[in-house]
Design a protein around this ligand. Structure first.
Ligand code: NI
Length: 184
């Protein structure tokens, strides 16, 4: 498996988190490296999910670790099922914070493995919540955008009081992954 590779996680305020990610076109060794970087970084954090923009890579890839299953999904498209359910949700890009966030109870996610094989990921509860949260990241949407007005106000107040808020954003670097002309 090679060495563990843990990448710095981008924090709210970094513009890469607001930039919609590009679809993956090349299912190559570099993509498999990205999936490994995401997996190692997620497990180290530890977190239940991590999307490529959170490590500064603008590609539609995320990893998850829910109910002892570690996996990944590439170029996901979602069908939401069931009622909306509100539960506490956090994000590795908002250290230490969690807010009651409404999500659909179920999801059917179609996408690809890192080898380019079509795959369908079906889940409810925590897995469905995670898949919706991570897919949002790929569209530049953050969980605070999903909060009701009152919770969002509370969230912004807590964010402004957080010790990480206002830290200088790391310099944008050239991604080792193909970005098809779109700067990160
Ligand atoms: Ni997140």
């Amino acid at each position: 498996m090679g060495t563990i590779s843990i990448k710095p996680i981008r924090i709210f305020g970094d513009p890469v988190l607001r930039t919609p990610a590009d679809p993956v076109r090349d299912f190559d060794a570099e993509l498999r490296r990205l999936v490994k970087d995401l997996t190692d970084t997620m497990l180290d954090a530890p977190g239940v999910g991590l999307a490529a923009p959170q490590i500064g890579v603008g590609l539609r890839v995320f990893t998850y670790h829910v109910d002892d299953v570690v996996g990944h999904l590439i170029n996901p498209s979602l069908d939401l099922t069931g009622e909306q359910e509100t539960d506490d949700e956090g994000c590795l890009s908002f250290p230490g914070l969690a807010f009651p966030t409404p999500r659909s109870y179920g999801v059917v996610a179609k996408g690809f493995t890192m080898y380019g094989e079509p795959v369908t990921l079906e889940g409810t509860g925590h897995l469905a919540r995670c898949v919706q949260h991570e897919t949002d990241h790929l569209d530049g949407i953050l969980f605070i955008d999903r909060l009701d007005q009152e919770q969002r106000k509370l969230a912004m107040r807590e964010i402004r009081a957080a010790e990480w808020w206002g830290e200088p954003v790391p310099e944008l670097r050239v991604s080792p992954h193909p970005t098809h002309g779109q700067a990160l």
